[in-house]
Design a protein around this ligand. Structure first.
Ligand code: SF4
Ligand code: SF4
Length: 169
């Protein structure tokens, strides 16, 4: 395990506010309240499952490789429900740090496969779930208005401007 000091500095920039120094003291309140930890943890193997407390510790120690080379669950398990942000006694914005980790993972082309296929679907259809005749029929039966077709060119232009073509590759 090697400390990546540049990575550590980036994490600390998220971690330290303008007036007050906030530091995680590993109380585990975030993990105790995280719904993903609850369903993925293994009492017999503490290394298994999703753990926000551990992620914060590894991030603060600058263990970039350990975080970004791990399995998809390690950083992508977070659903950004924000519960940990609410309960952290140190007011640490954990989800900001986790978003940073996810962005780093994408920059390295190490995001999970499902994420790329989901992004590709949005790029090609301008929506996450493409319209299907069955959905349209059901909406009609329920008296719901038909779905307005999005402007695919407009969405693709926006996505290209934020570099999605390169990231999808
Ligand atoms: S709740 Fe906050 S202080 Fe406690 S372990 Fe999690 S991040 Fe650290
Ligand atoms: S935001 Fe992520 S880490 Fe925090 S409680 Fe929700 S799922 Fe867990």
């Amino acid at each position: 395990m090697e400390t990546n000091f540049e990575f550590r500095k980036q994490i600390m920039d998220y971690h330290i506010g303008p007036d007050v120094i906030k530091y995680c003291y590993q109380c585990s309140r975030c993990a105790d309240n995280c719904p993903v930890t609850e369903v993925s943890m293994d009492f017999y193997d503490p290394d298994k499952g999703y753990n926000p407390r551990k992620n914060i510790l590894l991030a603060l120690l600058g263990y970039k490789d350990l975080l970004l080379e791990a399995d998809d669950l390690t950083i992508w398990g977070c659903t950004v429900c924000d519960t940990c942000d609410e309960v952290c006694p140190q007011n640490i914005e954990l989800t900001e740090i986790f978003t940073f980790l996810k962005n780093q993972s994408i920059a390295l082309g190490k995001g999970p496969d499902y994420l790329y296929s989901q992004a590709k679907t949005v790029f090609e259809n301008a929506k996450a779930i493409p319209s299907q005749p069955a959905i349209e029929r059901r909406r009609e039966q329920l008296g719901l208005p038909s779905i307005v077709t999005p402007d695919i060119n407009e969405v693709q232009t926006l996505l290209k401007n934020i570099g999605i073509t390169k990231k999808l590759k």
